[in-house]
Ligand binder design. Structure first.
Ligand SMILES: Cc1cc2nc3c(=O)[nH]c(=O)nc-3n(C[C@H](O)[C@H](O)[C@H](O)COP(=O)(O)OP(=O)(O)OC[C@H]3O[C@@H](n4cnc5c(N)ncnc54)[C@H](O)[C@@H]3O)c2cc1C
Length: 264
């Protein structure tokens, strides 16, 4: 498949601004909070499949937001009040219940995103813009490699839910420890390996890169989706392209966060 054809597999839904109240919060694991937002406004939210994501908008306290709050009216306010933004995956979209789940890694109480999730209460508004184009697995790929850290877990879970029974997947997920593992339901023939940091800091490339290097992957038919901290994503990308010889359009790397740097 050509790079253009791969690009055509990216679905581009209509991007809008949404302001939706929190309905409930659940601790999925000790370091992961699931925040469910819901309301009739989400009736228009067009699902983009697999790992669709949105940009959360955080305004400074005391800012008077225009009514109605739309992408256009928010942009018109930018010279006076520009929101800080963070990108998060739509972990689950339930069109019937008009609900979206976001799964937040609780890495720091002072992180804009993670701190907000730690403090969120039912009724709090969440403003976000999206959804963004999502990854569409190439149906012609023989094996899907899905690799990432816990920030990639909502996306990996969403991709796995979409893979058909005939698909073969090798999944590598780096997490803090065994208590951060989550069920990853899929119809596919998936081999899931959890990589535990066991006290080592997040955001080092060795664990994920080392695990990918140890995999037996058919070079001709593997499609790789990789996300997480920048150095790990780059290390895995380099290995797949330069040492394994995977074609460029079959390697889909995304930096989700940067060590020592705020924002995406
Ligand atoms: C397309 C996309 C989808 C994403 N989906 C999700 C998602 O579903 N769930 C999710 O939790 N994250 C997701 N992320 C990653 C998330 O946006 C970043 O981790 C973001 O930096 C978190 O913002 P923050 O305000 O909490 O921390 P920031 O203010 O951005 O960062 C503060 C400090 O914490 C560090 N830091 C940031 N993230 C982490 C981390 N996970 N572990 C350890 N240290 C960290 C930074 O290096 C910085 O030093 C996604 C990113 C992208 C690009």
């Amino acid at each position: 498949m050509s790079a253009n054809a791969a690009q055509a597999r990216v679905h581009r839904p209509q991007v809008k601004l949404w302001r939706v109240p929190v309905r409930r919060i659940e601790r999925v694991t000790p370091r992961m909070a699931r925040v469910t937002v819901g309301g009739d406004d989400l009736a228009d939210f067009a699902g983009a499949g697999t790992d669709q994501n949105v940009m959360l908008y955080f305004y400074p306290d005391g800012v008077r937001l225009p009514e109605p709050l739309t992408l256009e009216s928010a942009r018109a306010l930018w010279s006076k009040a520009r929101p800080m933004t963070r990108t998060y995956t739509v972990a689950r979209h339930d069109p019937d219940a008009c609900e979206i789940d976001f799964d937040f890694v609780l890495h720091a109480a002072d992180g804009l995103g993670s701190g907000w999730a730690q403090r969120a209460r039912p009724g709090d508004p969440l403003i976000f813009v999206g959804p963004s184009p999502a990854y569409r697995p190439d149906p012609d790929a023989g094996t899907y490699l899905l690799a990432g850290d816990e920030t990639a877990l909502p996306a990996i879970a969403a991709i796995l839910r979409e893979l058909p029974a005939a698909a073969r997947a090798r999944v590598l997920v780096e997490v803090a420890g065994a208590d951060e593992e989550q069920p990853l339901p899929t119809a596919a023939d998936a081999e899931i390996t959890w990589l535990h940091r066991d006290g080592r800091p997040a955001g080092r490339p060795d664990l994920l890169d080392g695990a990918v290097r140890g995999l037996d992957l058919p070079a001709g038919t593997t499609e790789a989706w990789v996300a997480g901290e920048r150095s790990a994503v780059l290390a895995v990308r380099r290995h797949l392209l330069d040492e394994r010889g995977l074609p460029r359009h079959r390697v889909r790397p995304t930096t989700y966060w940067r060590h020592g740097q705020s924002g995406n």
